[in-house]
Design a protein. Structure first.
Length: 246
C-alpha cells in the first residue's frame, strides 16, 4: 500500500472517530471540522499534516453534528479556502482557509483520472460567493464560475452572463450550483420601486413620480400609486422604470 493510500485511510478513520465521539452529545467542535477538511484534502491528493493551519476556528466552538459527512468544496478554482457545508439535521456553513505551502489553490487534482481514464471532460457551473436570501437579484459580484468534472445537468447555469439579473427563488448557501429551479427571471418593475408615470394625449405629455404596488413584467398591467396625489391607478409596464397610464 502506498504512503498516500495510508494517509487517506488514516484521515478517514480520524473523521469516523470524530463522528462517533460526538454522536452522543450531538455536537461537533473545531477539531471535528478540521478532521473533515484533512480527509477531504487527502482524498483530493493534497495530504496536509497536523501542523497545517485550518481556520479560523475557535477551539471552544460547538455546532450541531452533521447527520452525514459535510459537503466540502473550494470557494473557486483558484482559491485557497474551502466551503464546509452541513446539510442537516441543523444546517451550517463555514468558510475555511487552509494554509498550504506557497498558498497554492486547493481545487482537487485531476491527475489520477486523466492517467487512468484518459482526458477529463470539464463543465462550468455558477455558484454564489456568499449566502443569498430569497428574492435577491443577482449581480456579477455575487456569483462566480467553477469548473467541475461531474456533468451538471441541463438545468444548471453555465456562465455568469446567464445569471446576472435573475432573482433567487429560495435562500442559497455559498458554493451551491445555480439551476433553473432556484432562479427566475426578475420582474421589469418590482413592488415598492419608485418609477415614472407617463400619460400622453393629443398635444400633451405628462410625467410624474409613482410607486409600484406590485411586481410587473414588460407589457403587464399593474397597480401604481401617484406619489403626489396618493391615488392608486393602473398602467402598462413600458420598460424598466416607466409605466404608461391613460
Amino acid at each position: 500500500m502506498s504512503l498516500r493510500s495510508v494517509l487517506i485511510l488514516v484521515g478517514a478513520v480520524y473523521l469516523l472517530d470524530a463522528e462517533t465521539s460526538h454522536a452522543a452529545d450531538g455536537f461537533w467542535g473545531a477539531e471535528d471540522i478540521r478532521n473533515a477538511v484533512r480527509t477531504y484534502m487527502a482524498s483530493s491528493g493534497k495530504t496536509i499534516d497536523s501542523k497545517t493551519m485550518i481556520g479560523p476556528l475557535d477551539d471552544r466552538m460547538q455546532v450541531p453534528a452533521c447527520g452525514n459527512a459535510p459537503d466540502i468544496a473550494p470557494r473557486s478554482t483558484y482559491s485557497t479556502s474551502l466551503i464546509v457545508h452541513c446539510n442537516g439535521p441543523k444546517v451550517w456553513t463555514y468558510n475555511i482557509r487552509v494554509d498550504i505551502e506557497g498558498n497554492t489553490p486547493i481545487a482537487p487534482t485531476q491527475l489520477t483520472k486523466a492517467m487512468t481514464n484518459g482526458p477529463v471532460q470539464q463543465w462550468h457551473i455558477v455558484v454564489p460567493r456568499v449566502s443569498l436570501p430569497s428574492g435577491t437579484i443577482l449581480t456579477a459580484s455575487m456569483v462566480e464560475e467553477r469548473v467541475t468534472d461531474l456533468p451538471p445537468g441541463g438545468a444548471t447555469l453555465k456562465s455568469i452572463d446567464e445569471a446576472i439579473g435573475l432573482r433567487i427563488t429560495s435562500a442559497l448557501s455559498p458554493g451551491i450550483a445555480l439551476t433553473t429551479r432556484n432562479v427566475a427571471r426578475a420582474p421589469t418593475i418590482m413592488k415598492g420601486e419608485t418609477i415614472t408615470l407617463s400619460a400622453e394625449g393629443d398635444g400633451f405629455s405628462i410625467e410624474t413620480p409613482g410607486r409600484a404596488e406590485e411586481d410587473g413584467y414588460e407589457g403587464d398591467i399593474l397597480a401604481v400609486r401617484n406619489i403626489k396625489s396618493g391615488i392608486v391607478i393602473t398602467g402598462r409596464v413600458a420598460h424598466a422604470g416607466l409605466v404608461l397610464v391613460r
